[in-house]
Design a protein around this ligand. Structure first.
Ligand code: RP5
Length: 167
């Protein structure tokens, strides 16, 4: 039987999926079960509010919300839940600057932990979700340690490549 999801990865449109699959892949790598949904603060506001209000009861511990343009998805979800919400600004007609500002500039009392625009943000949202879960899960914390070691190894590999004149 599939494990119950601990993280919800939600996004404003299927056009966000090519970027947000990066987040799903990182969560899978950490063995964190997740669900993926398209929800929109603008196009289906009632469904989005219902999702946010019921997420905790369903066992969700972190919500990753991605949207672009004039995104209110992460903020609206944060308004309806006490779960941590991580916002990922998607690139847009304005290179994602509009998405970034709309996601990050929340009023006091309703935080959205906003990460970088696009792919780096998608990856970091998943790593941050793992770090939040890793506070109480030693298994996830251990995987995070391995991940950090891998980042170090990759830099070393790049340096070896430079030294051998490959690049
Ligand atoms: C936002 O508008 C979505 O999150 C997406 O980033 C953007 C464009 O959506 P589509 O017009 O491709 O559905 O709501």
């Amino acid at each position: 039987m599939a494990k119950k999801p601990l993280v919800s990865v939600i996004m404003g449109s299927d056009s966000d999926m090519p970027v947000m699959k990066e987040a799903v892949e990182v969560l899978e790598r950490f063995g964190i079960p997740c669900e993926v949904k398209i929800l929109s603060a603008h196009r289906c506001p009632d469904k989005t509010a219902l999702f946010a209000k019921s997420a905790r009861k369903k066992g969700i511990m972190v919500v990753i919300a991605a949207a672009g343009g004039a995104p209110h998805l992460a903020g609206v979800v944060a308004a309806h839940t006490t779960l941590p919400v991580i916002g990922v600004p998607m690139s847009s007609q304005l290179d994602g600057l509009d998405s970034l500002l709309s996601t990050v500039q929340m009023p006091s009392g309703i935080p959205v932990a906003t990460v970088a625009i696009g792919k780096a943000g998608a990856v970091n949202a998943a790593v941050l979700a793992a770090q939040i879960l890793g506070v109480t899960s030693s298994a996830i914390a251990k995987k995070l340690e391995g991940y950090k070691k891998e980042l170090v190894r990759k830099v070393e590999e790049k340096n070896r490549g430079l030294a051998s004149g490959k690049k």
